[in-house]
Write a protein that binds this ligand. Structure first.
Ligand code: C5P
Length: 318
């Protein structure tokens, strides 16, 4: 892995900075009670996978966002874009006018539960820091990232990490080897707040309270051991997502997608984060290719994408 310092120093000599940033899947997403601030306490085991967005930063007369890629039409190009917010936040911290053109090439499904928007924000922080020579430490960028969104710090860090609090308090998790994933991309996205809201509604429907009655979330020691030893079968069996029932409730057709992958030999299957992308773990690279073909021909998803992980977080690639 290249150090954050080397990334910044290589990139700062250029007036164009290109940053590659990965998607994530939560191999465990334990959702606790709703907190007073409306967020949910989490024990989230984030896992960075090789589906990438690229963000290119060049000087401009104003802050501009352009987006390219399959779902580009669904990504806002105004101030609500998280990458724009990231540039403004970093600029404000250093007294710099955020006059930058950020061009985003989307490879991560939009609103798919794979932290695509968070990835762009993390990439924008790294790119603008290099372009403006602000020389932020990785800890300073992580602090700004947490202000932007719960998943943004992980998009900076990459690898595998346990996220606590609302997901922003990260501890790296040791992993052995490489895992082979297939992601079934759905038609259309799901709103993350809507899925959390549905999770609360289902909990209340079950007779409890969505805040006080929910046990404190905790990382699963069996899952952590599977990651540490590189045991793909054990990881497949331990995958879990407390938002899955809520995503299935809002999008019942996802049950067909999960079944299609399991029938085609996946050794683990779950909804990725708040969905609707479904994630499947394969035994090896060949099994992943077979699985992707089976998912595509099942008609239960829009496309199947192969990705390995874990991979690095947001990294300059000039
Ligand atoms: O942090 P972020 O802006 O990505 O969160 C988007 C939304 O997802 C929040 O507004 C909230 O509705 C929900 N969320 C939550 N608990 C978390 C993270 C996100 O309820 N830990």
């Amino acid at each position: 892995m290249s150090s954050p310092e080397s990334v910044a120093s290589v990139a700062s000599v250029d007036s164009v900075v290109r940053v590659r940033v990965p998607a994530k899947v939560n191999v465990q997403l334990a959702v606790g009670g709703r907190r007073a601030d409306g967020f949910h306490g989490l024990a989230s085991v984030f896992f960075a996978v090789g589906l990438y967005d690229e963000v290119t930063a060049v000087p401009s007369d104003r802050l501009r966002i352009t987006v390219e890629g399959a779902d580009a039409a669904h990504v806002p190009t105004d101030d609500s874009n998280l990458a724009a917010k990231a540039a403004r936040l970093l600029g404000a911290r250093h007294g710099i006018e955020p006059n930058v053109h950020l061009h985003i090439v989307k490879g991560i499904p939009v609103a798919g539960g794979m932290a695509g928007g968070s990835a762009d924000a993390a990439a924008a922080l790294v790119a603008c820091d290099a372009l403006w020579g602000t020389g932020s430490s990785r800890a300073e960028l992580v602090e700004l990232a947490a202000e932007l969104g719960s998943d943004v710090p992980f998009s900076l860090l990459g690898g595998v990490a346990l996220g606590e609090g609302r997901g922003e308090l990260l501890t790296p998790v040791p992993v052995a080897g490489t895992f082979h994933w297939v992601f079934a991309v759905a038609d259309g996205g799901l709103s993350t707040p809507a899925v959390y809201g549905e999770c609360d509604r289902l909990r209340e429907l079950g007779g409890g309270s969505a805040d006080s009655d929910v046990p404190a979330p905790a990382a699963d020691p069996v899952l952590l051991a599977a990651l540490r030893s590189g045991d793909v079968t054990a990881l497949g069996a331990a995958l879990s997502n407390d938002l899955q029932d809520a995503a299935l409730s809002l999008r019942p057709g996802l049950a067909d997608t999960l079944r299609a992958g399991t029938d085609a030999g996946a050794i683990g299957a779950l909804v990725s984060g708040s969905g609707p992308t479904c994630a499947f773990l394969a035994k090896d690279a060949a099994a992943a290719r077979t699985l992707a073909e089976a998912l595509e021909s099942s008609g239960s998803c829009q496309a199947a994408r192969l990705a390995e992980g874990p991979v690095l977080g947001a990294t300059a690639v000039n």
